[in-house]
Design a protein around this ligand. Structure first.
Ligand code: HAM
Length: 441
């Protein structure tokens, strides 16, 4: 083979695609319940859009973007995250002018040039939501509840919610000063990465994982001690709402997240035990971005969840239990079934004349059906019908062709009956309706 998928990307093959469709359907259903509407933005945007919002100093912008110059000389970037594009579209489309609260969701691929490892890819997928127009902590709790309901609808167990407040510009600056003061005595012993952060977005130092640096940190001040009255009240409001919803959470003052735009609430949901990349989703409030993009001051809050990681966690988790049963449950729903209802077994050239009209009649009657275009032996065709778990085999040979009939073979009971060729679709619809009635009675 001459080619393989680029490093950090993967193919989603039919077997796995059924799980993806199922996950997306659960996400859409939760969004529908919460009154969110879908938005689809381009996969690439002007590079400047991300530099200005995600943050000039963030790892995403400095190291991870897929940036290219197009033939017209424009600098474009494959979207590394969804929030800036959604804000741009919200403003550009005039949605912002409508006022009120806009609740949006998205689902699709994103791109970051990261070192691939379990749970981390260069093309990955996010399910995300963004809400514009309300600054109260109630919406923060509502979007968190939506994330947890989504994970619950997938059967994810044991996910941990961590929350924090990064305050507003004013309290963050006071905290930054305190942090710099606390770190100054050990600064020259810290790694290069920490020293860079110290100069710029000092709060990101809290993300440092190297034990050698962490040991030097000692007891760092907590941002929660630096919140001003408004931010303190907002954070208390969020906790009160989560308590009312009986949503368990941990307060973790070290959560700052790797993007620059957050104000006040930030949160992460992780799944302990799935490996180093255990963040299933994260988000927070970004009350300044709309204004920074030239809109009226508009508060906003949202999150994104990593679909590749969620499916990994889910199927690893279920593997320990009963993954086969779980997959069966998904497949039982016809939308995710990999099995056509009907397999047309054709024998001889004469029979082949009738295949397409038969398939067409079945498809028009909403019955999934395939044939064997290779015209292999009847035994091989029957074997394939069984392997594919088809409900019926429809056999058409020379005799049947001449008589205008087909043999309907029930793959479950093994019984066979002759059916007039023109009545096949009708007969199968009748049988499907009877089966449905029997299972619901
Ligand atoms: P983020 O924390 O950068 O936030 O990404 C959200 C989630 O996407 C992560 O928790 C993780 O599950 C998944 N993810 C990120 N990078 C990768 C990767 N390389 N491979 C696999 N999964 C990955 C954002 O993107 C923000 N836009 C969230 C947000 C929306 N904040 C406000 N609104």
């Amino acid at each position: 083979m001459k080619f393989s998928a680029p490093r950090g990307t993967k193919d989603i093959l039919p077997e796995e695609a059924a799980r993806w469709q199922w996950l997306e359907a659960q996400f859409r259903e939760q969004c529908r319940l919460y009154g969110f509407q879908e938005i689809r933005t381009p996969l690439f945007e002007e590079t400047e859009l991300f530099a200005r919002s995600t943050g000039e100093e963030t790892e995403i912008v400095t190291k991870q973007m897929y940036t290219f110059t197009d033939r017209g000389g424009r600098s474009l970037t494959l979207r590394p995250e969804g929030t800036p594009g959604v804000v741009r579209a919200y403003l550009q489309s005039g949605m912002a002018d409508k006022g009120g609260v806009q609740r949006l969701f998205y689902f699709g691929p994103f791109f970051r040039y990261e070192r691939p490892q379990a749970g981390r890819f260069r093309q990955f997928h996010q399910a995300g939501v963004e809400v514009f127009g309300t600054d109260g902590p109630q919406m923060d709790a509502e979007v968190i509840a939506l994330l947890l309901d989504f994970l619950k609808s997938l059967g994810i167990e044991g996910a941990v919610l961590k929350i924090n407040s990064t305050g507003c510009k004013v309290c963050r600056e006071a905290y930054r000063e305190a942090l710099r003061k606390a770190l100054a005595p050990v600064l020259d012993q810290l790694c290069e990465w920490c020293q860079e952060r110290y100069k710029g977005n000092t709060l990101r130092i809290l993300d440092e994982k190297r034990p050698s640096c962490r040991a030097l940190f000692g007891d760092l001040p907590s941002i929660l001690d630096y919140l001003d009255e408004g931010c303190k009240e907002h954070f208390a409001g969020l906790r009160a709402q989560l308590d009312l919803l009986k949503i368990p959470y941990e307060i973790d003052p070290k959560i700052v997240r790797g993007l620059d735009y957050y104000t006040r609430t930030v949160f992460e949901v992780s799944q302990p035990g799935i490996g180093a990349q255990d963040a299933l989703g994260g988000g927070g409030r970004y009350d300044n971005m709309v204004e920074e993009f030239g809109g009226k001051p508009t508060p906003a809050v949202g999150w994104a969840a990593g679909v590749d990681r969620i499916l990994g966690a889910l199927f690893d988790q279920k593997k320990n239990k009963d993954v086969e049963e779980f997959l069966l449950q998904i497949r039982r729903h016809h939308a995710y079934s990999l099995s056509p209802k009907v397999f047309i077994v054709n024998i001889g050239l004469e029979a082949r004349r009738y295949i397409l009209p038969l398939l067409n009649a079945l498809h028009n009657a909403q019955i999934s059906a395939i044939d064997d275009p290779l015209g292999r032996s009847p035994k091989t065709q029957m074997k394939e019908a069984a392997q594919r778990n088809c409900r019926w085999a429809v056999i058409i040979g020379e005799n049947e062709s001449r008589q205008g009939i087909v043999k309907l073979h029930d793959m479950e009971s093994g019984s066979e009956s002759d059916i007039n060729r023109d009545n096949l679709a009708q007969e199968l619809r009748k049988r499907l309706a009877e089966e449905k009635k029997a299972t619901t009675e």
